[in-house]
Design a protein around this ligand. Structure first.
Ligand SMILES: [Zn+2]
Length: 255
């Protein structure tokens, strides 16, 4: 398992952010962008056509990349160094969670340091965006979250032989994959080095999603402890299918 933290150019930042500013996203997704980048005028951005929107963002990010040149370089080194320190215990925890040999696999992972506070990921490329204002510990916490997705879906595909399109929002398989990060992260080897664990290492609306008076994450944790990972994937998915209407209703009212 190998993860490299990299710096990206202005264009990458523009693409990463603009995909969330196409008018189809709720405030849940767009608010952090406006909060962390007040240079983006929200009344202006939505009036622009996609091409002009990108030109507008390019001006803003050209300046931001230049102004933060040294910070970005220092962050990249700090993230990488802290990752290497934590790597043995992360590998041990994930090997035990997924029962796979991680020495030979996932050697091509890439964390792209961006101005996007949302961290979109690419399963096929084993890459994800990482917000530049994270601490080194926070960066490792985010990385563990994303890597759990990569390994989860690799193991999942071997069991279900399904289509990767279903691993993306709004599919139920995607929703489940976002929830199971919590039970897996409860391993003290991971939770102890993830500063986001206490306040929430998955979308906050999952913590208030109750099924039969119990938080759905606790239901999943109980199942996760009781069975091997392949059985857990099947049982947890069945559980989500049985409660799909409640789950979707809760997300829609809270997103
Ligand atoms: Zn996620």
């Amino acid at each position: 398992m190998k993860l490299v933290f990299t710096l990206v150019d202005v264009d990458y930042n523009v693409q990463s952010i603009s995909q969330f500013l196409d008018n189809s996203q709720t405030a849940y997704w767009t608010e952090p962008i406006f909060a962390f980048t007040p240079q983006i005028d929200r009344s202006k951005i939505y009036q622009l056509e996609k091409q002009d929107q990108e030109l507008y963002l390019r001006t803003i990010f050209t300046q931001l990349v230049e102004e933060n040149k040294n910070t970005l370089k220092a962050k990249r080194i700090a993230y990488q160094n802290h990752w290497e320190i934590c790597l043995p215990q992360i590998t041990e925890a994930l090997k035990s969670a997924f029962k796979i040999n991680l020495e030979e696999e996932f050697n091509d992972m890439n964390a792209k340091i961006t101005f996007n506070p949302i961290c979109p990921r690419s399963l096929s490329e084993h890459s994800f965006d990482l917000f530049y204002l994270n601490s080194d510990k926070g960066a490792v916490g985010i990385a563990i979250h994303e890597i759990i997705h990569f390994i989860w879906f690799k193991v999942w595909q071997e069991i279900f032989h399904d289509q990767a399109e279903e691993y993306e929002t709004p599919h139920l398989k995607w929703i489940l994959s976002e929830m199971v990060v919590d039970p897996i992260m409860r391993d003290p080897l991971l939770s102890s080095i993830n500063p986001y664990f206490e306040t929430g290492c998955v979308y906050d609306y999952f913590y208030t999603l109750f099924i039969d008076n119990k938080c759905i994450l606790d239901h999943l944790y109980e199942m996760y402890q009781q069975m091997p990972i392949d059985k857990f994937m099947q049982a947890s998915y069945k559980f989500c299918q049985n409660h799909e209407a409640e789950i979707r209703h809760h997300i829609e009212t809270n997103e």
